[in-house]
Ligand binder design. Structure first.
Ligand SMILES: Cc1cc2nc3c(=O)[nH]c(=O)nc-3n(C[C@H](O)[C@H](O)[C@H](O)COP(=O)(O)OP(=O)(O)OC[C@H]3O[C@@H](n4cnc5c(N)ncnc54)[C@H](O)[C@@H]3O)c2cc1C
Length: 481
């Protein structure tokens, strides 16, 4: 099936038999459950959008020429990267960048691994190399939505997986059968679990020597026997979209995945218990450069939206006449522009890698990965500082339709807006910076690409230093003792 409609996406979700636990209840159908229906429909909108603008979103499948999403592309030219970025941006705009895991996130990842399947073959996973190529074609041509789990539960971060709770919590390979390998244990977190067709496991962090049982990579349907998910609370406020315009649509959910002796068919195994191949899959396939291309395109969209929001709030209440508010607005614009520039630098500096896949110049991406978890919370803080108590002067849609409406129209008006306009703007902003979903999204930005502390340390390790040493050495060589 080529690029799907929203309806086709929902039909497939409704038909499967995934074990999704929410608040003590086994959810039968996320497309009709009140806590999940809003986000399911908003996901369906993405699928409809790709068909509404095929020039932007679609490309012919290499299999049969049928239209498929451009984010499945294995990029060979800079223009491929530009096309991919434009489609990522368009999907991100539909949620103001507040959904981290629209299907393009993993489309880019799977294409990256398939494009460099030679890395797996080189490290003794010849079957895995064939499987990832076939899997990429399957996800692309069936237009599937995927989620992933990379990180192990937080039992004891000070020791390796095998020393945590007797080595029995983090998901690992426990057996092999004629038809596949068997895994047992848990992984966190599967964002988008209710809205995905498939789950993929691949390296997030590198594993130490000897941890081969934990070094498995594979993909399986969400309703594979033995696989279950426990969701966190829902932040999809079951209220009018007027009151919570983002929460009512964009709570993508995060769930812990539990593997109770799950059998992974051999044709879905990419790495079969081998630390060297597992670590190489992440590093040698240049996953970092490709995934941060997706991630920073979304972050840029979110920063542009945040700047727009703050600017409109400040115009509405007239606070942009104050110098310190202008400075805050300028600071927000800096973040958005630096992100745009970093994306441009990475794409313009892209080069083919060892396998002929055009790979963004990752230097600006590595820098942005360390900075973004600091910038996005700062942007929320700035919006709060600009909006002040106005976020609390926001009657609900029921109030707006009730007997107090005349008072509301008079007392909630602003310099640049009617009361109704001001309330809508401030409610949208509160759902962006202050609601439960906003809090979750802030946590997401801090952690989803690894924690900023370790990623910034890693940036120092990865930074090329020769030129910098030369600059200093030039002076040192002329200084006499
Ligand atoms: C909203 C949200 C959605 C997510 N979605 C997904 C998803 O879809 N798929 C997925 O696989 N993961 C997902 N994650 C998990 C994400 O990858 C992790 O949060 C991230 O890798 C950090 O791991 P952790 O949360 O276990 O924190 P920890 O690693 O436990 O870190 C907690 C604190 O301890 C410190 N710390 C821990 N270990 C060390 C160490 N060795 N050295 C120094 N300091 C250390 C960290 O710096 C941090 O301050 C999601 C996370 C969030 C918050």
């Amino acid at each position: 099936m080529p690029a799907r409609t929203g309806e086709q996406f929902l039909e497939r979700l409704a038909a499967d038999d995934r074990k999704l636990w929410f608040n003590g209840e086994l959810v039968n159908d996320v497309t009709t459950h009140p806590q999940f229906i809003g986000a399911a429909r908003a996901m369906a909108d993405l699928y409809d959008a790709q068909l509404a603008d095929p020039e932007l979103h679609l490309m012919p499948s290499p299999t049969d020429g049928e239209p498929v999403h451009i984010t499945h592309i294995i990029p060979k030219t800079k223009n491929d990267l530009r096309r991919r970025q434009a489609a990522i941006r368009a999907w991100a705009e539909m949620s103001a960048g507040t959904r981290g895991r629209t299907p393009d996130y993993l489309n880019v990842t799977i294409a990256c691994f398939a494009g460099r399947a030679d890395v797996l073959a080189k490290h003794g996973q010849e079957a895995g190399a064939e499987n990832i190529v076939a899997y990429h074609a399957h996800v692309r041509d069936e237009d599937l939505s995927t989620t992933h789990v990379l990180v192990n539960p937080q039992v004891d971060r000070s020791v390796t997986e095998d020393k945590q709770a007797g080595g029995d919590v983090a998901m690992k390979k426990v057996a092999t059968t004629d038809s596949g390998l068997v895994v047992n244990g848990a992984k966190m977190l599967a964002t988008l679990a209710p809205y995905s067709d498939e789950l993929i496991v691949y390296p997030g962090y590198l594993l130490p020597d000897g941890a081969d049982d934990y070094a498995v990579s594979f993909a399986i349907p969400m309703d594979t026997p033995g696989l279950s998910f426990i969701c966190r609370d829902s932040y999809a406020r079951l209220r009018s979209p007027h009151d919570y315009p983002l929460s009512s649509q964009f709570d993508e959910q995060d769930a812990v995945a539990i593997f109770d002796n799950v059998e992974i068919p051999w044709d879905r195994v990419f790495v079969d218990g081998d630390v060297t191949a597992y670590n190489a899959m992440q590093i040698e396939a240049n996953w970092r450069a490709h995934i941060i291309h997706q991630a920073m395109t979304r972050a840029w969209t979110k920063l542009d939206f945040a700047f727009g929001l703050a600017h409109m709030i400040s115009e509405t209440t007239g606070v942009n006449t104050f110098g310190h508010v202008q400075e805050k607005l300028g600071e927000m614009w800096h973040y958005a522009e630096m992100t745009r520039s970093g994306l441009m630098a990475a794409v313009e500096g892209a080069e083919p890698d060892d396998g002929g896949i055009i790979t963004p110049d990752e230097r600006s991406f590595v820098a942005l990965r360390g900075l973004m978890p600091k910038w996005t919370p700062r942007v929320s803080e700035l919006i709060q500082l600009i909006g002040g108590g106005g976020f609390m002067a926001t009657p609900s849609s029921n109030d707006m339709q009730g007997p107090m409406r005349d008072f509301i129209d008079k007392y909630y008006q602003a310099k640049g807006a009617t009361a109704a306009e001001r309330i809508k703007l401030f409610r949208l902003a509160w759902d962006f910076v202050g609601s439960e979903l906003a809090g979750r999204n802030e946590l997401y930005e801090r952690f989803y690409l690894g924690d900023s502390f370790r990623m910034t340390s890693l940036a120092y390790e990865l930074a090329p230093k020769e030129k910098h040493e030369q600059l200093v050495g030039r002076f040192l060589s002329k200084m006499e003792a």
